[in-house]
Design a protein around this ligand. Structure first.
Ligand code: URA
Ligand code: URA
Length: 206
């Protein structure tokens, strides 16, 4: 028999699946015409943490999955150090679901066009915590004035969701000296996760 939380998980899975089907046909901006396919997101639909990146790159576009290239491998190592599994504790998505040509950042217009998709994902998943990776994700959540160097490491709050901006893993690959800050930020996420979700959450490193 299904317990209450299993019922909840099941309805998240169904709703997110229905949304994904709809988003697969989304042509609200020009990006869909220039990419192979929609990268909707992946993870546990009932996760209490959402990780938001910028947009799919070439590897993601090819495989239809978020954060599977070099930056994604680094993200996986960070999550692992926190005791978070990609398909267990988190759901990973991007501000836009289609790859911008040449890996440029998605424009404000493209992000606004995709915003209903992002909002619907957040509404269904109902995370306690959102981690914003990089300037584009930050600006999507707080507006064009958001500076990642200024905002990273400090909690924001929106609609009862705790939001932690940090550097994008691609920025860490370019500039490894940013890793210390990102690790500080993810430690804060682990601590907040223990406060809000699971006091017994285990991480070997914090
Ligand atoms: N960079 C992003 O912002 N998102 C991905 O999915 C991969 C790389
Ligand atoms: N600059 C960015 O755009 N993103 C980062 O994460 C760090 C520096």
């Amino acid at each position: 028999m299904l317990g209450q939380s299993d019922d909840w998980d099941l309805s998240c899975i169904q709703e997110l699946g229905q949304l994904e089907k709809k988003v697969q046909d989304c042509c609200r901006c020009g990006l869909r015409g220039g990419c192979r396919g929609v990268v909707f997101g992946e993870g546990n639909p009932a996760a209490r943490i959402v990780i938001c990146g910028e947009g799919p790159g070439a590897d993601e576009d090819r495989l239809g999955r978020p954060f599977v290239g070099k930056a994604g491998q680094l993200l996986d190592r960070i999550l692992e150090a926190c005791g978070f599994g990609r398909f267990d504790h988190v759901y990973i998505l991007n501000t836009v679901k289609c790859r911008p040509p040449g890996n440029r950042a998605p424009s404000e217009e493209e992000r606004s066009a995709c915003r209903p998709n992002l909002d619907a994902q957040i509404r269904i998943i109902r995370p306690a915590i959102v981690v914003l990776l990089g300037a584009t994700a930050l600006q999507e959540f707080i507006g064009p004035g958001g500076r990642i160097t200024r905002c990273r490491g400090s909690w924001l709050e929106r609609d009862g969701i705790q939001i932690m901006p940090t550097y994008h893993p691609a920025a860490l690959l370019r500039n490894p000296s940013l890793k210390a800050d990102v690790w500080k930020d993810f430690k804060q996420v682990v601590y907040r996760y223990r406060e809000l979700v699971d006091p017994g959450h285990y991480s070997a490193h914090c």
